[in-house]
Design a protein around this ligand. Structure first.
Ligand SMILES: NC(=O)c1ccc[n+]([C@@H]2O[C@H](COP(=O)([O-])OP(=O)(O)OC[C@H]3O[C@@H](n4cnc5c(N)ncnc54)[C@H](OP(=O)(O)O)[C@@H]3O)[C@@H](O)[C@H]2O)c1
Length: 261
């Protein structure tokens, strides 16, 4: 009986590459992180640079971006961009030669009950987080390399709303559908979603202490691992989705089991 080798003959990675978590696939690649000046995006930047990538950071505040790039070193550059402004997104991507991986954590929105929010606040997650990411991919598209990948940022509240915030829940669910649609349209470019649970990091540091502590206590109670996530744990998931060449159209939930309960 003949046997078939299990290692594909297209695998040209070295043993040293295979020992690295990203399989050496980010070495020399251009990783664009809109929102990368802080929080999850900044942790992705650190992990990508450690894996040998160049990173391009985007955001609205030049001071935040310059400070992040200074710590990251020569592998990092930055440009200001506002994802709610299409001209600004067009100018941002015009400057780039190529995009190998894209993550947009940018977003500024209000969350709350339908019966309490103004129409403008209720629409804000879609305006900023949904259409912001849609247009970021649209303006990046001409620069995406054939083996590029996009990771969209969602949130576990789309699968299991922790409280009344229906437009925000819908926005996160819609992003999962957007990824499936874009995966079909942009193939062989891969498009996936990361949908984190609550993270003890920069985003929540900026929210009122009482609301933060109440949300954290509820999350610890409701998730299987009884703790919050870290920005690095979410960044690990993003790097996996960047590097794994067979993932597309999928959503991963780094949430400590929150969506199961
Ligand atoms: N942290 C969590 O617990 C958690 C859980 C689930 C999902 N998420 C999702 O993760 C994303 C936030 O990431 P994060 O937690 O790392 O928060 P973060 O630290 O606040 O990061 C958001 C970044 O986006 C930038 N930004 C905001 N609005 C922008 C705009 N209109 N155009 C360009 N840049 C903009 C901000 O910088 P500037 O203000 O300087 O522009 C900031 O650097 C959101 O989509 C959120 O829904 C977070």
């Amino acid at each position: 009986m003949s046997t078939t080798p299990l290692t594909p003959d297209t695998d040209t990675g070295t043993d040293a590459d295979r020992r690295r978590p990203d399989g050496g696939r980010l070495e020399g690649r251009t990783v664009v992180l809109i929102g990368g000046g802080s929080g999850i995006g900044l942790r992705v930047a650190h992990q990508a640079v450690a894996a040998g990538a160049r990173v391009v950071l985007g955001g609205r505040s030049p001071e935040r971006l310059a400070a992040a790039a200074e710590v990251l070193g020569d592998a990092a550059t930055w440009h200001t961009v506002d994802v709610t402004d299409r001209a600004s997104l067009a100018a941002f991507f015009d400057r780039l030669d190529r995009v190998d991986h894209l993550l947009t954590t940018a977003g500024t929105y209000q969350v709350g009950p339908m019966r309490e929010l103004s129409d403008e606040d209720a629409e804000s997650p879609f305006v900023s987080k949904f259409w912001g990411q849609y247009h970021a991919v649209r303006f990046a598209a001409p620069k995406l390399t054939p083996d590029a990948s996009v990771v969209l940022m969602s949130g576990a509240a789309g699968a299991r709303p922790p409280g009344p915030a229906p437009a925000y829940a819908a926005c996160n669910a819609a992003l999962e559908g957007l990824a499936r649609g874009l995966a079909v349209e942009l193939a062989p470019v891969r498009v996936n979603v990361v949908s984190p649970g609550t993270v003890d990091g920069h985003l929540w540091e900026g929210r009122p202490a009482a609301a933060r502590e109440a949300a954290f206590a509820q999350y610890r109670r409701d998730t299987l691992l009884h703790r919050l996530g870290s920005e690095d744990e979410i960044a690990d998931t993003v790097l996996f989705l960047f590097a794994n060449s067979y993932m597309t159209g999928s959503t991963l939930y780094p949430d400590g089991g929150y969506t199961l309960r």
